[in-house]
Design a protein around this ligand. Structure first.
Ligand code: DAH
Length: 344
């Protein structure tokens, strides 16, 4: 029996070392480890041994089995490695294979439009000013001549924080901060995020973006405001676009106006988008109220100015024909992908 065991072991070692393919390995496995294998036959032969010899021989067969398993595994790995090396040496470059596609991110439509608006105003001689998202009642309301009982101060409209701070409801705060810091002449725009306690719907979002513009100098009149509006409208929406202002009310401007452009969809003839009026509302504007100047130490007898504010979402929706503001915030990649390649 010992003799037999040694014979099987020697044969197995030789055969496994001679394996050249994965198929050879499979055959050797069947021959030594399968149901009808030589090793299994040895187990059967155990039965005929005297009782006291059985455990020692059983142990030897177990060891042989473990060794064969190990040898097979090792040879299999050697063959695989050799195949890999051969493949690497002989592989040719297939120039017709498609390249590796690296998906690239794109700018968000709000960023694209913000940058375009900035470009238009920079081209008109404006500089960019910034202010904090968290501001106080003075900069958001008091200095903008907003009376204590004005509805916009309401808890239902404004997000108040502790100690008199709030999330700014308008970028007009930056008008105040700029006039506090710099003497006229002033030509600035301030793009930024605003916050209002609004429920999201097709035209509202609790977080949104505005661009404010402020000009303060000697001899500034409504004509300058209209000129800037017309320039802005044409550069943003095309040379055929017309603009107009309508009387309105804002606490910080006198007179105040709302700015319209001719409908970009029907070109002014009337359609669903402009509710058949031929005009689209763009934002608010007006001549800086002398009360604001006085509060900030600017002499209203010497200086005058205009201010305007537009919503970035509103312009993005008009430009890209987006029917619902919430689409801009859901960030569905199928929507965002449509803007890849636009640099703003
Ligand atoms: N801040 C105003 C708003 O959020 C928009 C606005 C109106 C800005 C008139 C102005 C302005 O600068 O003159 O509704």
């Amino acid at each position: 029996m010992k003799e037999k065991l040694r014979e099987v072991a020697d044969q197995a070692r030789e055969l496994i070392a001679a394996c050249q393919t994965a198929n050879d390995i499979l055959n050797a496995k069947a021959q030594y480890l399968g149901k009808k294998s030589l090793i299994n036959q040895l187990y059967t032969q155990l039965r005929d041994l005297p009782e006291q010899d059985k455990p020692a021989f059983g142990q030897l067969i177990n060891e042989l089995r473990a060794e064969v398993e190990q040898l097979l595994e090792r040879r299999d790995q050697e063959l695989k490695q050799a195949t890999r090396e051969l493949h690497d040496q002989t592989r040719e470059q297939d120039l017709s294979l498609p390249g590796c596609f690296q998906p690239r991110g794109s700018l968000h439509p709000i960023t694209i439009i913000r940058r375009r608006i900035e470009d238009v105003f920079i081209g008109l001689g404006f500089e960019i000013a910034e202010g904090p998202d968290i501001d106080d009642e003075f900069h958001n309301f008091d200095a903008l001549n907003t009376p204590p009982d004005h509805p916009s101060r309401n808890l239902a409209d404004t997000f108040y924080l502790d100690n008199g701070y709030l999330l700014r409801t308008q970028t007009s705060t930056v008008q105040v901060r700029t006039m506090e810091k710099y003497p006229p002449p002033i030509h600035i725009i301030s793009p930024g995020r605003c916050y209002r306690n609004d429920k999201p719907d097709p035209s509202h979002s609790p977080v949104f973006h505005q661009v404010e513009a402020l000009v303060v100098d000697k001899g500034i009149s409504l004509a300058d405001l209209k000129d800037t509006l017309q320039n802005f409208a044409q550069i943003m929406f095309g040379p055929q676009v017309r603009s107009r202002i309508r009387p309105h009310f804002f606490p910080f401007t006198e007179p105040s106006a709302e700015m319209d452009i001719s409908c970009v969809s029907c070109k002014g003839t009337g359609c669903r988008i402009c509710k058949n009026s031929g005009w689209l509302e763009l934002g608010g504007a007006g001549m800086v109220d002398p009360a604001v100047f006085k509060m900030l130490g600017i002499d209203p007898e010497l200086y005058s100015g205009y201010a305007l504010g537009v919503g970035i979402e509103r312009i993005a929706m008009l430009k890209y024909n987006i029917p619902d503001m919430r689409i801009l915030y859901e960030n569905d990649v199928r929507m965002l992908r449509q803007f890849s390649g636009e640099t703003g």
